[in-house]
Design a protein around this ligand. Sequence first.
Ligand SMILES: C[C@@](O)(CCO)CC(=O)[O-]
Length: 295
Amino acid sequence: MSIDFSCRSFGKWILAGEHAVLRGVPAIVFPIQSRNLELNYSKGPQDLQLTLIGDHGKDLQLLVWGVLEKACALKKISRHDLKGHLLLESSIPVGAGMGASAALCVALTRWLGYLGYVDASEYYEFARDLENLFHGESSGVDIAVALSGEGLRFIRNGERKPIITAWKPNWYISYSGKRGVTVDAVNKVKDLILQNPELGEKIDNQMKEAVALSEQALKLDDKEGFPLLVKAIEQAGNCFEQWNLNEGDPAQHIQWLRDSGAKAVKTTGSGGGGYVLSLWDKEPPKEIQQKLIPC
Ligand SMILES: C[C@@](O)(CCO)CC(=O)[O-]
């Protein structure tokens, strides 16, 4: 079968800015090159057929049809207008906070663009509308990075600026042992803000400062940048503590990383589970590395 169109979108991890980004604070987000979703499309006369492969391809089974349903409704097209064969290969786990749903929405948007249903100028907005199927409220940060494939400084309804890093930190993400459900985590933070607006604002401001520090740290050289980056990550990580989003398995995983020699550790993404970022001053021990994904 010949391939008529293909595209690739990426999973993501966030250095700083989670949650507060919903209230206008910038977020620093990077793609995970090793966790991506590849779409290959072959034209054909038959109603659309779907094949899912890869470590996490099958996870997408229910999501794909749901997203396509919504895309058809938004563009006022019938499912029967979509013909041919779609092959999706994914290495992004679903429900782990790595942005699998955003990567899927971006890949399908690009494909619909190829078919002539979506203009390239509206890819971002359209993919975001599709992603709202999964999140009650999303800032669009996952869509932005899945679309660009590069590190970004992201502001909700605002800038999406590439991040230039002057050095390559020894940083990794690893699974906390528990699923992270974005909508639950977002609601937990919102509840805290409702109950204690002053504290909510204080934590958002702390996150904002962590974002500024991390940007500064990445612009310096590694010698000067490292201690600043440690401070930034710890400060951002402490926000998750205050939001009570590290309880249980994530807290134990964070402690294990610290005990193993990580110099700074924080939850990445929505929290309440999912992935944890760790920063090291040298290569982590071999037996630890098996559990770490290089960023
Ligand atoms: C928790 C959150 O800030 C990041 C999830 O990756 C939600 C969002 O920005 O859409």
